[in-house]
Design a protein. Sequence first.
Length: 598
Amino acid sequence: MPRTTAARTKWRLSAAGRLRFVAGLAVIVLLVVVGNLVAIQGIDTKQAAAKALSGRLVTVALPADRGEIQASDGTLLAGNAARYRLVVDQQNVQQYERTPAGADEDAEPELVGAWGAAQDLAKVLDTDAGLLFPELDGEARWNVVATGLTSEVRAQIEELGITGISFEEYTIRSYPAGGVAGSLVGFVGSDGAALAGLELSYDEMLRGRDGEQQYERGARGERIPLGDNSTTPAVDGTGIRLTIDSTIHHYAQEAIASAVKEHKAEWGTVVITEVGTGRILAAAEAPSVDPNNPGGADAPDRGSRVFSAAFEPGSTSKMVTVAGLLEEGLATPEDEFVVPDTWKAANGEEFRDSSPHEDENLTLAGILAQSSNTGTLMAGEALTPQQRHDYLERFGFGQSSGIPFPGENSGILHPVEDWDGRTAYTVMFGQGVSANAIQTTSAMAAVANGGVMAAPRLVDGTVDSSGRVVPTERREDRRVVSEETAASVLDMLEHVVVDGTAGNAEIGGYRAAGKTGTAQAPSDSGGYDGYTSSFVGVAPVDDPRIAVSVTLQRPQEGYYGGTSAAPVFSDVAGFTLRHLHVPPSTGSPSDTPVEWED
C-alpha cells in the first residue's frame, strides 16, 4: 500500500536524526581517541616514568654519630667504633672464579660460585661454609651475610677478590675505658637506644639527627652514577665532657672494690668532690658494670648507687646538729656536758649510747669527737624540732642533687608534723632521715667551703664534632651557715680524726677532718638487718681542696665506720691530693678541749 505524504515526511525526518546521531557519535569517539593519545603521550608517560623511577630509587639511612662522653682530661669513656656488614649480590657471586690451590700461576681459574665463596669466607670469619652458603646462594640482588666486622677483617675479605660482595659501614657504641666510670656513663642497647646512666639522661643531646641518601640503581642493583640522587646529611650528636678525673676515679674504684671484698659488704661507694666548685672528681662504686657487656652484671649493679641508694647517714649528720647549735648561738665548742650512757628526753623517750660507759665529762667538741648519741641529744635539745628539720634541709638532705641522672633517690626528710616523739630526736644523730652519697659529700664540702654549698656537678661542658669544648653554666652556690660557724665545725671535725673515733682516717702529710657513721640498715621486710658504715671527710684542713665520702653497705667483717670506711678515705684522699699536686699541710690542730675536769 503506497505511503502517504505524511508518512514519507516522518521517515525522512527520522533518517536525518539518525545521521546526526551517527555524526555526533563519531565526534565523541574521535575525542576519546585524541584524549587517550594525549594521556598516553603526556600524563600517563609522566606517571609511568615516575613509577619506573620509584622502582629504581633506593633510600639509605645515614645514621648520625652519637656524641662522645669524655673524662675531664679528654679520656674517651664512650665513643663510636666503625663496623662493617658484608653484603652479597647472589646473582653476581655465582660468577666467582678462583685459581685452584697449588696450581701454576698460568692455570686457568675455575668457576666455584657461591659454594667456593662460602668456603673462602668461612676461613676468615671463623665459621662453617655450610652456614654461609644459604646466605650466598639464590637470586637476591642484596642480602646481608655478616655484621660487626672490623676493618681488619674487611681487608682480609677484600684480598679474596670474591665477585658480588660489598661492604656497608656503620658505627657501634664503644666504651674504651671499660668498667671505669661504667655505672655513671651507662650504656645503649643493640639498637642504639640509650638505656642507663648519662647515656640516658643526656640522650637527646648525644644522639643527634639521622639523615638519608636516595639514589637510582640499575637492573643489576648497581648504582647509576648520573642518575637521580639526593642527600639529607646526618647531624652528629653533641658530646659531653665530665668533671670526672679518670685517674682518680680508677684508683677510687679499685679501692672500694677491695674494701667491699675485704669486709664482705653488699656494695660500696666513694665520692670525691672539689670543695670550692662542686665538681665531682670521682663517683666510684663496687660492684660496677662494664658498658661493653652490661649483661655480664646483675641487674641491681647496672645503675649507679651513688645516686640511687639512699641510706641513713647515722653519726655523719651530727655535724649538722652541731652547726645548727653554733649558728643559733645556743652552744660553743667548749661548752661542758656530763654525758651519761642513758638519757631520757623531756617527752619520756629514752636513748642509749652506742656502747655502755660511765658518765663522761665532754665538751661539745668532745661529744662530736667521741660520736656520742646521748651527748648529741643533750646538746641538740636546745634546737626546736623545726630548727632541726631546717638545718638538715639547708645541708641538702631530702632534696635532689640537681644533677640530671636517671633513678636518683633524693632520700627522706619528712615534715616536722609527721615526726613521732622518737624521730624528733633520732634525726639529730642521723636516724629517721636518709640521704645518698652525693648529698653527704656535698654537706661536708659546704662546711669546708666556709659555709657555702657549691652545687654539685658532673658535666663540665659540651663537645662539638670538631672537639671544641663549651663550658656549661654553673648553678648558683648558696650559703648554709656563716663562715664563723663553718670554721668552728671544721675545727671540731679535725678533732674527730686526731682525738676521736676516726684515727684510721689520718693522711700522711695532710691534716684531715671528718666524721664516722654507723647506722642500722633497714631490711626489705621491715626492721633492720645489718649496718651502713661510712666516713665523710675533708683535706687538707688548712686549705680544704677535696671532700670525700666512703660508704659500705652491710659489711660483715668490721662494720664500724671508723674501722671499715675511714681507712678507704685515708687511701683515696691521700692519692687524690698527691695526684693534684696539693702541697703538704702546714700548722697543727687547734687546742680546742674535748674533755673537761671537775
